[in-house]
Design a protein around this ligand. Structure first.
Ligand SMILES: [Zn+2]
Length: 96
């Protein structure tokens, strides 16, 4: 599936799957394990987690920590590309 450069949200970063990966990774400070945790939440349904501890391991509430990151990923990367990212991380065998 070709990635449309017109809709590319990542500015100067690379294009295609690698570019999406870099873009998403930048949003989580390069933490692949955290990205893997947050990606499923971009489908929605994370409202009940707003006042719980953020999954990143900080002691902050989710709504004051990575909720905006989840929303940012959801807004800027379409669902099919988010699926690729999940699968790509799995396929890469990244230690999570
Ligand atoms: Zn967090």
């Amino acid at each position: 599936m070709p990635v449309s450069e017109r809709r590319w949200p990542g500015g100067e970063r690379g294009h295609g799957v690698v570019g999406y990966f870099q873009y998403a990774l930048d949003l989580v400070g390069g933490n692949v394990a955290l990205l893997f945790q947050l990606l499923p939440m971009t489908k929605g349904g994370h409202g009940r987690l707003r006042n719980k501890a953020c999954p990143c391991g900080s002691t902050r509430k989710f709504k004051r920590c990575h909720l905006h990151t989840v929303e940012n990923i959801a807004r800027s990367i379409k669902p099919s590309h988010r699926q690729w990212l999940m699968q790509g991380i799995k396929d890469a065998g990244v230690a999570l």
